[in-house]
Design a protein around this ligand. Structure first.
Ligand SMILES: [Zn+2]
Length: 388
């Protein structure tokens, strides 16, 4: 485990990324204020984020794992930190767009979770958000709780059973938090945006295919004015074209660090290998010289059927599969078998493929961030996000 240890706040920064690149979302206040982790004497410590990142790296099998952390506005105040450097680092991350700051972190955290499908590291129950986010009810996969191990020197992440809160429990929580939410009307008005980005849109103008979702996997998000999605070209209100198709994203890792991500299209089979057919994914240029030759020309086939990802071995040298939580590798079959988030296939020693938890294209997360900032004035002004 010592090899996985991240030292210092500058090393934490290497694991912070925008929601387009992140492997997980972190409820930063929840982590930083948990006195069971790390030094118990500290009310707050950014070092607790390090423990969570190390646990995530082990969980997803990527030592370069990236997280997008969302912080309550109050977390920036210097009180309670072990030194003055920590709140300065936090301010720097917020200014660089590596950490999202919101008056209340919960609404953006849950909206991003909803539009990306990424896991949320938090021990919070989110009882008062179950009306706005009914998907939390009964969820057993998307929330990762953290518990201290090794007397607080480490963290264990495990999937939480969020349970189902009764309407009575929810309304009591809502009343308690009503005052807190009263100042968040802008935040609540953002809600329709998650609905906009999760649906496909079509321009009513004849011949306009600007938003055509059937033209490959490129994503163009509508321009939204006062909650109405408009065609950028014709300024006409767009027609709802049904739910947006989810994506499946694979990560290629060399020696446990992600070197490339691929997005797979639904209902198509794609081959990965050193140099597969032109329709396949060529790994040649992505692999270091020493291992290139050991990967077969056609090594692995992947297929997405109704959001289920299937993989099968094509290589005479074999491919190994390890399901999430399983202790041992086993040979990957020649017939298609399901491949879940956090499962790993090994093409040759040191070259592995995993599946990201992301369920919508990264552009969605980018657009969400741009618009959320514009509406709330949080984070740095970013001219680029105005263009969509
Ligand atoms: Zn148009």
């Amino acid at each position: 485990m010592s090899a996985d240890r991240i030292d210092g706040l500058d090393r934490i920064e290497e694991h912070l990324a925008g929601p387009e690149e992140a492997d997980a979302l972190v409820d930063l206040s929840n982590v930083v204020r948990d006195v069971r982790l790390g030094d118990r004497r500290q009310q707050r410590s950014l070092d607790r984020l390090r423990l969570v990142i190390e646990a995530l790296a082990r969980r997803v099998g990527d030592r370069d794992v990236k997280v997008y952390a969302i912080a309550d506005g109050s977390l920036r105040a210097p009180a309670g930190y072990p030194d003055r450097a920590q709140p300065r680092w936090l301010a720097r991350w917020i200014d660089r767009g590596l950490v999202e700051q919101a008056e209340d972190a919960d609404p953006p955290l849950l909206e991003l979770a909803d539009v990306t499908g990424l896991p949320v590291v938090s021990n919070d129950d989110f009882a008062d958000f179950r009306v706005d986010h009914p998907w939390i009810q009964g969820d057993t996969t998307q929330f990762l709780g953290f518990v201290p191990i090794l007397k607080g020197a480490g963290v264990l992440l495990r999937e939480r059973d969020m349970g189902v809160r009764s309407p009575a429990q929810i309304s009591r929580k809502l009343e308690e938090s009503d005052l807190k939410r009263h100042g968040l009307l802008v935040g609540r008005n953002r809600r329709p945006l998650t609905e906009v980005v999760k649906r496909a849109w079509r321009c009513p103008e004849r011949g306009c295919s600007l938003y055509d979702s059937r033209r490959g996997i490129a994503v163009r998000l509508p321009y939204v004015r006062q909650g109405v999605p408009l065609c950028e070209l014709h300024r006409a209100p767009l027609v709802d074209d049904g739910p947006r198709t989810g994506i499946v994203q694979l990560k290629l890792l060399v020696d446990g660090a992600c070197v490339h991500r691929f997005t797979l299209e639904a209902d198509a089979t794609v081959e990965l290998g050193r140099s597969p057919d032109p329709d396949g994914i060529a790994l040649y240029g992505l692999l270091p010289e020493g291992v290139r030759g050991r990967v077969s020309r056609r090594h692995l086939a992947a297929r997405v059927e109704e959001n289920v990802l299937l993989v099968r071995n094509l290589s005479a040298g074999g491919t190994r599969l390890r399901h999430h939580g399983a202790p041992e590798w086993k040979p990957l079959a020649e017939e298609f078998v399901p491949f879940h988030v956090n499962d790993v296939v090994e093409l040759v020693p040191g070259v592995t493929v995993t599946r990201s938890a992301r369920r919508y294209p990264p552009e969605i997360a980018a657009a969400w961030r741009g618009t959320a900032r514009r509406l709330t004035g949080s984070g740095p002004a970013q001219a680029a996000t105005e263009s969509w």
